[in-house]
Design a protein around this ligand. Structure first.
Ligand code: HEM
Length: 246
């Protein structure tokens, strides 16, 4: 079973350049969809959400966007496996932190996939499950949203590009604002954890920015993050992927 997964149940035949473009573009759209799904999920629980957007609209949009994100995630994973340069196997896509390609940062994506798969599976079995267990798994998807952000920044070929950085930080800002809005929307429930979260919210983008500057934007990130050198290269820094700068 393991070798089947590792070697590929289906050998995806896709032009490597196309696969690479697909992985990058689907990753960025996925980040936006995952962010919107998270924001709408939180917004649908905010007390006064109905003043701006009727709650059923937020809930319905949350469901539709989440479904779209799951479909796109399948494409994102398959195209990354089809990109032979990155040497990602089916096993790497489902078992976190054990592959040869940027194991930690790819593992964060894999972890997100596993939680989303658990969410989809338990949603299908929802009526046969204790509601508390279903809710705990559903809520854990919100918890892996930051993990997916780190995956994108740590694995992406486009992290150094200004529009991609703006997009990522806009997504982060949007989620943080929604979390703040949700906490302030229920002042009667303001306890120590909520106050601590409110204090931590503005610090999160600063911490992220300082990590990005010292990590993905600093020279040598490809090597430090665990990009295997291409077989034919003797250079110490891995050379770019088919079309550009991995
Ligand atoms: C919800 C989960 C995920 C999200 C939101 C996500 C999002 C992203 C984003 C934003 C990028 C950066 C694109 C770029 O800057 O070029 C990216 C890159 C990548 N992702 Fe994911 N990803 C997810 C899960 C996964 C999984 C499960 C895999 C496993 C196979 C994966 C494989 C990759 C690879 C290989 C890249 C690097 C592509 C490149 O060379 O730029 N991702 N992802």
């Amino acid at each position: 079973m393991t070798h089947l997964l590792a070697d590929g149940l289906v050998d995806l035949q896709l032009d490597p350049k196309l696969a690479w473009y697909l992985t990058r573009s689907s990753g960025l759209v996925l980040l936006v969809l995952f962010t919107l799904a998270t924001v709408l999920g939180i917004a649908s629980r905010v007390g006064q959400a109905g003043r701006w957007v009727p709650r059923f609209v937020a809930t319905d949009l949350h469901r539709r966007i989440s479904l779209l994100a799951v479909l796109l995630l399948v494409l994102h994973v398959l195209s990354s496996i089809a990109d032979n340069w990155a040497t990602i196997t089916y096993l790497d896509a489902v078992v976190p932190f054990q592959g040869s390609y940027r194991p930690l940062w790819l593992g964060f994506g894999t972890l997100t996939l596993d939680v989303i798969l658990a969410m989809v599976g338990t949603s299908l079995l929802r009526h046969r499950m204790p509601p508390r267990a279903w809710k705990a798994i559903h809520l854990s998807v919100y918890a892996v949203w930051p993990v997916a952000v780190l995956h994108g920044l740590g694995t992406g070929s486009d992290t150094r590009k200004i529009p991609v950085l703006i997009l990522t930080f806009a997504c982060v800002g949007l989620v943080l604002l929604t979390v703040g809005w949700r906490i302030l929307g229920a002042p009667d429930r303001l306890r120590l954890p909520q106050v601590a979260t409110l204090v931590a919210l503005p610090l999160a983008p600063l911490l992220l920015a300082s990590w990005v500057l010292g990590g993905p934007l600093a020279p040598g990130w490809a090597k430090r993050s665990g990009t295997p050198p291409p077989p034919s290269s003797t250079a110490s820094e891995p050379s770019p992927s088919p079309a550009g700068a991995k």
